[in-house]
Write a protein that binds this ligand. Structure first.
Ligand code: SAM
Length: 282
C-alpha cells in the first residue's frame, strides 16, 4: 500500500510526497516530531506536520543562511544560532576554521537527539568543539546579552508554537543589543507567496525595520517549502549586504558549495516587484 506525506499550504493546495515508511515519531514537550524515508527527497523530518529538513534540498537553506553573512563580514568569530536543532546551519558554520565559538540555543533537546540518530547528514557537526549547546528558549537566552556576537542566525520554525516569540519586537531589540557594532542578524523570514506566509513576512520586516539601521530581505528557492520561494531577513547595524560584500575574501576560504556563490549572493537581494511592494507596505 502506498504511503503519502501531505502538508497543506492552503485550503486547496499543498505538498505531497510518496514515502517508503515512517521511521519514528513522538510527541516531545514542545511539538510532534516525525522522521520518514522517501523516494525523491531521501530522509526527512517534520515538526507539527510541517516539513523541516530533507536530505535532498537542505543544502540550499543551510548554505544561504550561513554563507551570505560570512561573505559580508568574513571576520565573524562569535556566532549565536537560535533553533536549527537539525544541525545543518552549524555544519555550514563549522567549515570556517576561524570561527571561535558557536552558541547553539535550541528549545527542544529531543530535536537534537533525534537528528543525531536519524539525520547524521545535517547533525554531523553538532559536537564540534566550538559549539556550546543551551537547551532553552532563544527569546529568554538573548535577554541581557550586550555587544557580544558578530552574528545571530535565527533558524526557527514558523511564528506559531515555540517559534512565536522569535518574531517579536522585543526579541529583535534584544538581538540588536546582543550584537557588536559590526553585528548581523539573519532570520527565517517566511515566504512572500501565499497570503498567510506573506502576512508574517511583512510583520517581521516592519518590526526589524524599526530597530536595525540596515534591513534587507533575500530569496532562495526551496522545493519543499510552501510555494518554493522563501526568504531570509538580513539586518545589521552598519554592514550592507551588497556594498560591503567581500567577494574576494570569501572566495579565499575555498569553501565548496552546491548552491551559494558570489554572483548569486548579489542576485538573491534583487527581488521581484510584488515582493518589493509587500515590503514597502510593511
Ligand atoms: N531549517 C528548517 C526550517 O526552517 O524549516 C528547520 C528549522 S529548525 C528544525 C527549527 C527549530 O527551532 C526547531 O528544532 C525548534 O525546536 C526550534 N525552536 C522553535 N522555537 C524556538 C525558540 N523559541 N527557541 C529556540 N529554539 C526554538
Amino acid at each position: 500500500m502506498e504511503l503519502w506525506f501531505t502538508e497543506k499550504y492552503s485550503q486547496n493546495c499543498g505538498l505531497t510526497i510518496n514515502v517508503k515508511n515512517e521511521i519514528y515519531s513522538e510527541r516531545t514537550k514542545y511539538q510532534d516530531i516525525a522522521f520518514f524515508d522517501s523516494y525523491d527527497f531521501g530522509r526527512f523530518f517534520t515538526l507539527d506536520g510541517y516539513m523541516m529538513v530533507n536530505e535532498k534540498d537542505e543544502f540550499i537553506y543551510h548554505e544561504m543562511i550561513t554563507h551570505v553573512p560570512l561573505a559580508v563580514n568574513p571576520q565573524i568569530k562569535k556566532v549565536l544560532v537560535i533553533g536549527g536543532g537539525d544541525g545543518g546551519t552549524i555544519r555550514e558554520l563549522s567549515r570556517y576554521e576561524h570561527i571561535e565559538l558557536i552558541h547553539h540555543v535550541e528549545i527542544d533537546e529531543r530535536v537534537v537527539e533525534l537528528c543525531k540518530q536519524y539525520l547524521p547528514q545535517t547533525a554531523c557537526k553538532l559536537d564540534d568543539e566550538r559549539v556550546e549547546a543551551f537547551y532553552t528558549d532563544g527569546v529568554e537566552f538573548v535577554k541581557g546579552k550586550e555587544n557580544f556576537y558578530d552574528l545571530i542566525l535565527v533558524d526557527s520554525t514558523d511564528p506559531i508554537g515555540p517559534g512565536e516569540g522569535l518574531f517579536t519586537k522585543e526579541f529583535y531589540r534584544n538581538c540588536y543589543k546582543a550584537l557588536n557594532e559590526n553585528g548581523i542578524l539573519v532570520n527565517q523570514h517566511e515566504s512572500p507567496y501565499f497570503p498567510t506566509n506573506a502576512k508574517e513576512m511583512k510583520k517581521a520586516h516592519a518590526k526589524l525595520k524599526g530597530i536595525f539601521e540596515i534591513c534587507k530581505v533575500y530569496q532562495f528557492h526551496m522545493p519543499t517549502y510552501a510555494s518554493g520561494h522563501w526568504l531570509f531577513g538580513f539586518a545589521s547595524k552598519k554592514l550592507d549586504p551588497i556594498k560591503d560584500h567581500k567577494k574576494d575574501e570569501w572566495e579565499k576560504f575555498n569553501i565548496e558549495t552546491k548552491y551559494y556563490n558570489s554572483l548569486l549572493h548579489e542576485g538573491a537581494f534583487a527581488l521581484p516587484n510584488y515582493v518589493i511592494d509587500l515590503l514597502e507596505e510593511a
